[in-house]
Design a protein around this ligand. Structure first.
Ligand code: PMP
Length: 437
């Protein structure tokens, strides 16, 4: 597979755009470097690069493209929005309709506010929690990624961990000292932190189902314990559901059937993004009316946005949710991901390549190791070089994976059984090649 045009464009991009990419996770730095692939077009489960190579896409743009590329229903909504004018700087009915749809699926949100990205949504939940409690400190969990605002780039995962920068330069020490990071999936660290700083903690923030050091389920009782301990300390619970909302079922992690007692895991604030915008820029946050009443113009916590709630993102999001509401949508993604994950594991086993696969419905992660992955430490303790080799071998066979050992594979409503079979064939060849070296 030749990618001369991608290489040329990368040379050019580096002259104008820092690092040649507009988000570090798009670079191939974590998989051995070199030119990333420049895409030209996407349709359904496929992307075509500028050299005309076709890829079966499991990146799904890091999550949002759950209905596949250029889904006709979503595309129609975007065209409608473009024709009606993309921005007025006024309120529109579309914002009400998307807020209603989100509230119906995520009952812990009485009130919603739209932003332009997950980063903004999370950043604002922290501000609101601080305004509500009158406290400053935040507890977060190692390896959870919450966007790139100052507070949450402290010992963060995803991009920063991939690039080996646990703390970003430019985050003031004073701000970092407001953040306490504890291990995911065990309550002892949280308990210690709350014993020491409990009366200063505004919120405990977590990805209730982790998507940023692979796909990791909370152990039974973890979220329940987290919520109980946070409340006992007078702190709020913030769920970052930027990845998890609408990924595993029509709803969010907090309403997922895997958690039997949903009252016991109900957060005070929820941050959303990705899927809810149908592939256009979006973020949202919401919570109880009492907490959300702290937000301007009702309350003293300020948050705003020229583009926030723009008609195109609202209509694309509504259209995407309509597609996801179709009966059988998640069952199909579950079936295909089950077949793919099992096939990958069997194939790796066959060639003696150690592989742990963590699957939750239509999303899974592949960890090159022979132990379970339930927290960040275990996710770090996996073979990055083997992952990089696998990534390259798959890429050469037209399978596009996220270029990082920490990111998930995402199924879409557009993938077919034939795509899964083709992917498994490519994986078989790739593992065979890896075993030879
Ligand atoms: N929270 C989580 C859980 C995420 O995975 C991400 C992005 N990967 C963000 C927040 C930040 O969202 P955005 O990139 O839209 O700013």
């Amino acid at each position: 597979m030749q990618r001369n045009k991608s290489a040329q464009l990368y040379d050019e991009a580096q002259q104008h755009i820092v690092g040649g990419v507009n988000s570090p996770s798009r670079s191939f730095k974590a998989v051995g470097g070199g030119a990333p692939v420049f895409m030209k077009r996407g349709e359904g489960a496929y992307m075509w690069d500028v050299d005309g190579n076709r890829y079966i896409d499991y990146l799904a743009a890091f999550g949002p493209i759950i209905t596949g590329h250029a889904h006709p229903h979503v595309t129609e909504a975007i065209i409608r929005a473009a024709k009606e004018g993309t921005l007025y700087g006024t309120a529109t009915e579309h914002e009400i309709r998307l807020a209603e749809a989100l509230k119906a699926a995520i009952p812990s949100m009485d009130k919603v506010r739209f932003t332009n990205s997950g980063t903004e949504a999370v950043m604002t939940t922290i501000r609101v929690a601080r305004a509500y409690t009158g406290r400053d400190k935040i507890i977060k969990f190692a390896g959870c990624y919450h966007g790139h605002s100052d507070l949450v780039l402290v010992a963060a995962g995803s991009g920063p961990s991939t690039l080996g920068i646990p703390d970003s330069a430019g985050v003031p020490a004073g701000i970092a000292s407001e953040v306490i990071t504890v291990p995911f999936n065990e309550l002892d660290g949280l308990k210690l932190a709350l014993e020491r700083w409990g009366d200063e903690v505004a919120a405990v923030m977590v990805e209730p189902i982790v998507g940023n050091f692979g796909m990791v389920m909370p152990k039974p009782g973890f979220l329940e314990g987290l919520c109980r301990m946070a409340r006992d300390a007078g702190a709020l619970v913030i769920y970052d559901e930027v990845i998890s909302a609408f990924r595993f079922h029509y709803g969010s992690a907090q309403t997922f059937s895997a958690f039997p007692d949903q009252n016991a895991i109900r957060p005070d604030l929820t941050a959303l993004g990705k899927i809810i915008g149908g592939g256009l820029p979006i973020g949202a946050y919401g919570g109880s009316a009492a907490v959300m009443s702290k937000v301007a113009p009702l309350g003293p916590a300020y948050q705003a946005g020229t583009m926030a709630g723009n008609p195109a993102s609202m209509l694309a999001g509504l259209a995407c949710l309509e597609v996801l509401r179709q009966p059988g949508t998640y069952e199909r993604m579950d079936d295909m991901a089950a077949k793919l994950a099992a096939g990958l594991k069997a194939s790796a086993d066959g060639y003696g390549v150690p592989l742990t696969v963590n699957r939750i419905v239509g999303a899974f992660s592949t960890h090159f190791c022979d132990h379970p992955v339930t927290n960040y430490e275990e996710a770090q303790d996996t073979d990055g070089e083997q992952f990089a080799q696998f990534f390259r071998l798959m890429l050469e066979r037209g399978i596009y994976l996220a270029p990082s050992k920490y990111e998930a594979w995402f199924l879409t409503t557009a993938h077919t059984d034939a795509d899964i079979d083709a992917t498994l064939m490519a994986a078989e060849e790739s593992f065979r090649e890896m075993a030879r070296k």
